[in-house]
Design a protein around this ligand. Structure first.
Ligand SMILES: NC(=O)c1ccc[n+]([C@@H]2O[C@H](COP(=O)([O-])OP(=O)(O)OC[C@H]3O[C@@H](n4cnc5c(N)ncnc54)[C@H](O)[C@@H]3O)[C@@H](O)[C@H]2O)c1
Length: 256
């Protein structure tokens, strides 16, 4: 690897699975000091071990529930105490959204937890890390919206998910404004990425997969590494004049 993140201290949330795991490993390969966290101690430990088998070090705070302000602060303070600085925050942790239509969605049981698990979880970690990111002076926040911030789905009812992802997009633009010039903030909007969660939700198989592939110019679903390469760019000084922007990484689906 080329050391594009040498000397940077990165918080990566949700390292136990999917995109967070892919980014934590890629950032470590590119020379960053990575401090991860996850609510699931078993999967977070597995990522730490996977890094170790490559001769890399990832430290992790787990279990850590980022929907709790106390846990978000505990995570950030651990990293700051260990490393004295924080240069990047990648908010990849998210609770799988409840998939229901507007007609069927239960307000307390489905709408509220989806919004907390997609929006509050980003805000709380960001607020806890903010003073350290300001101190860094060349900080980068990377949040995850989705193609569903821009378009609905004919495969699933996802009214809360679409609202949550559009909220992350809007929040990130405001973070860019409030953070500049010391903190940059951008979103990545993935298309369908194959992870344990998207597989178990049935998003990557059968007729739904065929439907999706028909609309994707690149004719394949995404991998966590496809997303991680964009995150490396947004975390590095290569993107030092980019803030408040959104990067679709979706095989071209938004253009189709
Ligand atoms: N995978 C996709 O196809 C896709 C598409 C568009 C957007 N995204 C977005 O990208 C981001 C990452 O998605 P993913 O597919 O890697 O998700 P994932 O479900 O595979 O992984 C999320 C991780 O977050 C952890 N987590 C859940 N709740 C937590 C909490 N309260 N505190 C701390 N950790 C918690 C989980 O244990 C898990 O390890 C999310 O914001 C998601 O909405 C994903």
């Amino acid at each position: 690897m080329s050391g594009r993140l040498n000397g940077k201290v990165a918080l990566v949330t949700g390292i136990g699975a999917g995109i967070g795991r892919g980014i934590a490993l890629m950032f470590a390969r590119e020379g960053a000091t990575v401090i991860g966290c996850d609510i699931n101690p078993v999967t977070a430990s597995a990522t730490v071990e996977a890094a170790a088998t490559e001769g890399l070090t990832i430290s992790s705070v787990h279990p850590c529930d980022l929907t709790s302000p106390v846990d978000a602060k505990r995570y950030v303070e651990f990293a700051a105490a260990q490393h004295g600085r924080i240069d990047m925050l990648v908010n990849a942790a998210a609770i799988p959204p409840h998939m229901a239509s507007a007609a069927e969605m239960d307000y307390q049981g489905q709408w509220v937890p989806t919004l907390v698990g997609e929006v509050d979880i980003v805000f709380l970690a960001t607020q806890a890390a903010w003073p350290y990111l300001l101190e860094s002076g060349k900080a980068s926040i990377i949040n995850f919206a989705s193609v569903n911030a821009f378009r609905g789905s004919s495969n699933f009812g996802m009214v809360a998910h679409c609202a949550g992802k559009a909220a992350v997009l809007g929040m990130t633009r405001q973070l860019a404004l409030e953070g500049g010039p010391l903190i940059r903030a951008n979103t990545i909007s993935p298309g369908l990425v194959v992870t344990a969660a998207t597989e178990s939700a049935g998003g990557t198989q059968g007729a739904i997969r065929a439907n999706l592939l028909a609309r994707i110019p690149m004719k394949r679903l995404g991998s966590p590494e496809d997303i991680a390469w964009c995150a490396v760019f947004l975390a590095s000084d290569e993107s030092s004049w980019i803030t408040g922007s959104n990067f679709p990484v979706d095989g071209g689906v938004l253009s189709a």
